[in-house]
Design a protein around this ligand. Structure first.
Ligand code: ASP
Ligand code: MG
Length: 251
């Protein structure tokens, strides 16, 4: 199962995610794959781009993102000890992100390798926070999903990946919360699977484990007339037939 898509983001939306997961877990073994919170991947891309020319502006934008994640921790993690741990983890992740931005600033360029390292933080943060919220365990997909080195759009090595996923997963009452979108090369360098790749991650895990069902959840309420990242006037279509949906998916 995967929760996230491009727009689950507010603490209230994540509480709904928690309720859906807990409900599903009463009847079945479930694993959750999450994407970054809504808009976070785009914001990180913007920070990386800004760092090429203006590190101060970039770091300022990053601080807004950090505040948003710390607020999510505050609101979503009920257990005090775990809340402190998550806040510390969030701080540490943003310190690492700052170092990535400083590297970009020194090189005056965000190469694809650095970009993938920077972007991976979105999924690492959201999986950590969702895991803490539902009392699950955080799973970093990077050592499990092995890819080539086409950074930003890496191709999965299925033989290596399936073996690793099957070895690492045992049925358990603790719900794994897995980072979507990210993998790593044979040398352990962070890669990403292409924009929107969290759905793909859910399919990779589902196929490797031979699960009965993969569910994709997002809080966009329907099918849009176009990709809203490309067409700003895209809108939700009030009614769509199955055949039309298939045709749109094809395009
Ligand atoms: N966070 C990544 C993106 O925005 C992956 C995803 O959302 O599925 O592309
Ligand atoms: Mg996303």
């Amino acid at each position: 199962m995967k929760f996230g898509g491009t727009s689950v983001g507010s603490p209230s939306a994540i509480k709904k995610v928690g309720a859906v997961v807990r409900d599903a877990a009463r009847k079945n073994n479930v694993a959750v794959v999450v994407s970054a919170f809504a808009g976070v991947t785009d914001a990180l891309l913007e920070c990386l781009r800004l760092a090429e020319k203006n590190i101060l502006l970039s770091v300022k934008k990053l601080a807004v993102l950090k505040r948003r994640h710390l607020l999510a921790v505050e609101e979503l993690v009920a257990n005090a000890a775990r809340r402190n741990e998550e806040a510390a983890f969030t701080e540490k992740t943003f310190r690492e992100l700052t170092r990535v931005l400083e590297k970009v600033a020194r090189a005056k360029r965000a190469d694809d390798r650095l970009r993938d390292v920077g972007l991976s933080a979105g999924e690492i943060l959201s999986a950590h926070i969702v895991a803490a919220h539902i009392g699950g365990t955080f799973v970093d997909a990077r050592p499990l999903i092995k890819t080539d080195d086409s950074f930003t759009n890496a191709a999965v090595d299925f033989a290596a990946t399936n073996t690793r996923i099957r070895k690492s997963f045992r049925p358990s009452s603790v719900i794994p919360v897995i980072t979507g979108f990210i993998g790593s090369t044979s040398e352990g360098q962070t890669t990403t699977l292409g924009r929107g790749g969290s759905d793909y991650t859910a399919s990779i895990f589902g196929a490797a484990l031979g699960v009965k069902l993969i569910e994709i959840w997002t809080d966009v309420s329907g099918i849009m007339s176009a990709d809203p990242r490309i067409v700003p006037t895209a809108r939700i279509i009030p009614r769509v037939s199955y055949d039309e949906a298939v045709e749109m998916a094809y395009f």
